[in-house]
Design a protein around this ligand. Sequence first.
Ligand code: NDP
Length: 283
Amino acid sequence: MGKIIDGKAIATALQDRLREQIAYFSMTVGRKPKLAVIMVGEDPASTIYVRNKIRACEAVGVNSEAYRLAESTEQSYLEELVRKLNEDRSVDGILVQLPLPSHLNSKKIITLIDPKKDVDGFSEVNLGSLLLDDKKGLYSCTPLGIIQLIRSTGVELAGKHAVVVGRSNEVGKPIALMLLQHNCTVTICHSKTMDLASYTRTADILVVAVGKSKLVTGDMVKEGAIVIDVGINRDAEGKLCGDVDFASVMPKAGYITPVPGGVGPMTIAMLMANTLKAAKGNV
Ligand code: NDP
């Protein structure tokens, strides 16, 4: 029977440590770190994520500034706002909540964010830093959180076969690179992978970041594997569920993250860590 990796508890402990570090930063520098959060439109999931991020800022002692813009916001207005925040010395981190409405060019907006303030780690510069293992960069929060969750098991990562399902720039690719940096042998699977189960069954560490309810079932998992479920989906009854079928995978896994209460809280904790890192680089 798999042990549950309690992401909520691990995130709370991390936030407690961050609160102390942020208090020390604020005392020595004479101001709190500041995060600007931009949201365009009223996507229900994004509204919840932004609210949780603002709450996390309050909990750890980061000043936040929320820009909730109308769905009809024009590209030029958004670009101007990002430029203004880039130049504002009092702002340490800038986060543009994705997805943006379809008439806006997300890639252009993300590229415009000063890489030193890109606390989501989505910009080309920061993705490049991760590729080159340059520790000065700001790395994507969800993969950073996943590494902490895996490390919390105490299992040695070096030499393990890690299988990542999903290859997005935000989750799949960066977590694959981080696992490689931790000396795992990494396989990346995606929608064109043939016979997905033949790969997942060989995983000592299985990270699933797809966005399809219960895609991975018990018969696809190796006995004793560490299973990290990144997905956030709604099942037929409207209940939150992951990409992993918890009921059938739990008895086989060595460790498993629940949804909710696994990767999600860690993502937000790592956002706070990135904001502190950005603030330290902006004094
Ligand atoms: P994307 O939609 O950007 O990427 C999904 C990936 O899954 C793609 O690479 C796609 O392959 C692959 N895929 C799709 N169908 C299959 C399949 N049947 N078999 C194998 N691979 C498949 O999603 P994200 O990476 O942004 O997010 C993934 C999930 O994680 C979502 O549910 C999202 O909500 C959640 N999420 C959760 C976070 C958290 O904090 N807990 C943070 C970020 C995301 P291809 O490239 O070939 O299209």
